[in-house]
Design a protein around this ligand. Structure first.
Ligand code: OXT
Ligand code: ADP
Ligand code: MG
Length: 578
């Protein structure tokens, strides 16, 4: 790469011909590794970097807040198996991006937060630099790895280390600290080119030990009531055909975790999503594929799991995950594609079908629950309740299985998860392991950018508020995103009253707010929908047109319960006056 006029240190024509600089080396290193989309917010010291990257053919999406850019990068990592790149300015921008980096790490999504930073000499002596902060030290405990590059000649290695750390083993978030001075450093262009590293085989196959595979098959064979739980690690692995073959060849009921919905269709005859409590309680052997026994699975013990003694088989790339909560009878450590293929091979063609009394019982429970819910989805009430509104959206996803569903909120999340069937892998993106409000618009933007598919974002009104300003970003890039805000005037409900004073209760918002006007303010389409029929019509129009749309879905403020389906996690005070 030859230097261009942006390079401040290059002064003569002779010098510029064979020089490069930090700006260009970072761009070239990203491109060399196929990382051609950046989500970020510009400012000192990375404004010019964004311009130059754009000029060099990198897609640079500018957000209104780094946290949303970070959530976009995190979910881009999940969708593509390449690290999503988030670019921030120093201290405050870096901190804004850090929540998303921690979220990516917690969820095992590969992401690299690249942040400009202030000058080491001044920061380390705490002499009060512009946006002074020891960013590397702060990032370290919140991500999988953190690196700083001080010399232009090390940019290639720095980025290679970041990519490998993000992708290999259990994926996660990586921090890359680039001090302002680095960008302007110049070096010989040829030497610069040679210093870049194309990362070969960043996530090498990790083949499970044959003993481990045999042990797992022995345990599985002994089962009378086997269950397969699919987690978002299984969705991330993109081993869709092998997983489907494992499920179908064994005939075992499967339970998808939230973001694994659609790996096999929720309408698949073996899907036990609608018989969740039954299969958790009554199963005797449980095979976890890319799912952890954390809070979302009640740690693998207690009331949720009932009295039937369980044996667990766990497939995971992270050896330390085994026995983290309960004993794992058959750990299978490796990447999901390799592990599932090895299991399939071991099962051969004569694997006994799962016991019919068990599969029959699961089917009966599922059908009972589906039948129980069906009439609630058909109402056309105004104001809407959750089931009426979700009944309309469920049909839309059924008719448009390629669309990506983004979902956050409390009731809006928990009820949509159950009501809206998914049909294809990696089409449901939500709050993840931490239950984060605010992933909505970042996820929607990245989903549209990375896949080119239409996106339906179903948002609680509180959840939407965390990233709502990004509707401008959606309009600016003219993305095919339809946002539906389930507006029940508040967090969980809009009916709380503060009996102790004139301030509103802590969980309620302005009554009758019109979120649709926000989208109109930026040239998108805004619709106020008061019935499920109106909602359905408006969403279909948005999905057909591909125009940025926000539908304010007017829900009954009394609809919803405290914390959705996880109200039990709220601590109770015996002293609280009712
Ligand atoms: O088997 P049983 O009988 O048990 O029945 C189950 C299934 O079998 C059945 N089912 C079905 N039946 C029929 N048909 C079908 N198709 C079907 N499918 C399933 O239904 C039941 C339930 O099934 P499910 O859902 O699978 O099972 P369950 O028991 O719920 O599973 C347990 C869990 C734990 C796995 C599941 O509940 C789960 O995944 N939960 C995730 C919960 C979560 O993460 N919530 C988000 C956090 S809540 C809270 O923290 C909020 N905050 C605070 C805050 C946060 N989070 N973040 C930040 C940055 N700041 C603050 C805030 C501010 S939520 C929130 C805003 C809320 O307000 P909004 O306005 O946004 O939202 P609204 O509430 O809508 O107003
Ligand atoms: P869920 O919330 O859906 O239950 P979790 O986030 O708890 O899922 O678990 C995902 C698991 O998947 C993590 O333990 C992670 O190590 C594992 N994982 C991620 N990618 C792979 C992969 N390619 N191969 C094997 N395991 C993986
Ligand atoms: Mg709400």
């Amino acid at each position: 790469m030859t230097a261009t006029k942006e390079k401040p240190a290059a002064t003569t024509a002779e010098q510029t011909q064979d020089l490069t600089d930090g700006f260009h080396l970072v761009i070239d290193a990203l491109k060399l590794n196929g990382l051609t989309t950046i989500y970020g917010v510009p400012g000192i010291p990375i404004t010019d970097f964004g311009r130059m990257a754009q000029a060099a053919g990198v897609r640079v999406l500018s957000f209104r807040h780094e946290q949303n850019a970070g959530y976009a990068a995190a979910i881009a990592g999940f969708l593509t198996k390449k690290p999503g790149i988030c670019l921030t300015v120093s201290a405050p921008g870096f901190l804004n991006g850090l929540t998303a980096l921690a979220h990516a790490t917690t969820n095992c999504f590969p992401m690299i937060l690249i942040s400009g930073s202030s000058e080491r000499e001044i920061v380390d002596l705490q002499q009060g630099d512009y946006e002074e902060m020891d960013q590397l030290a702060i990032a370290k405990p919140l991500c999988k790895a953190a690196f700083r590059v001080l010399h232009a000649a090390d940019i290639g290695i720095g980025l290679a280390r970041a990519i490998r750390a993000a992708l290999s083993g259990r994926p996660g978030g990586v921090y890359l600290d680039l001090p302002a001075k680095l960008f302007g450093q110049i070096m010989n262009a040829e030497a610069g080119r040679k210093s870049l590293v194309k990362v070969i085989d960043a996530a090498p196959a990790q083949i499970p030990a044959p003993d481990a595979v045999k042990r797992a098959l022995d345990v599985l064979k002994s089962a009378k009531r086997p269950l397969i739980i699919l987690g978002k690690g299984a969705a991330y692995a993109q081993a869709d055909d092998a997983i489907r073959a494992l499920v179908e060849n064994s005939g075992i009921p499967f339970l998808p975790m939230s973001m694994a919905k659609g790996l096999l269709p929720d309408t698949h005859p073996q899907c036990a999503g609608a018989a969740r409590s039954t299969v958790l309680k009554d199963s005797d052997v449980v095979m976890l594929i890319g799912a952890r026994l954390n809070w979302l699975l009640s740690y693998g013990k207690g009331k949720t799991w009932g009295d039937v003694p369980k044996k667990f088989i766990q497939i995971d790339i992270e050896p330390k995950e085994m026995d983290s909560n309960v004993e794992i009878a058959a750990p299978v450590v490796g990447d999901i594609g390799s592990c599932v293929s090895a299991l399939l091979e071991g099962m051969g063609t004569k694997w006994p079908a799962a016991p019919a009394d068990w599969t029959g019982a699961v089917k009966a429970k599922r059908e009972e629950n589906v039948a129980k819910m069906a009439p609630r989805l058909m109402n056309n009430n105004s104001p809407m309740d959750y089931h009426g509104a979700l009944g309309a959206l469920r049909t839309i996803i059924k008719e448009r299985p390629d669309a990506i569903l983004v979902n956050e909120g409390a009731n809006t999340l928990d009820l949509a998860r159950g009501v809206i069937d998914m049909y294809k892998p990696r089409k449901r993106l939500d709050v993840g392991t931490w239950g984060v409000m605010g992933i909505g618009m970042g996820s929607a933007i990245a989903a549209a950018v990375e896949t080119g598919k239409p996106v339906l974002a179903v948002e609680g009104d509180s959840a939407f508020g965390f990233s709502g300003m990004e509707v401008e970003t959606i309009c600016r890039y003219n993305l095919p995103v339809c946002v539906v805000v389930f507006n029940n005037d508040g967090i969980y409900r809009g009916t709380d009253v503060n009996t102790a004073g004139s301030d509103p209760a802590t969980t309620v918002f302005v009554k009758g707010a019109r979120y649709d006007k926000m989208m109109e303010a930026f040239g998108g389409v805004g619709v106020n929908a008061t019935t499920p029929d109106e909602l359905k019509r408006a969403v279909n129009e948005a999905m057909d047109s591909g125009r940025p749309t926000l539908i304010n879905a007017v829900l009954d403020p009394a609809a919803g319960s405290e914390s959705g389906r996880i109200g039990n996690l709220n601590p109770q005070s015996v002293l609280r006056k009712k």
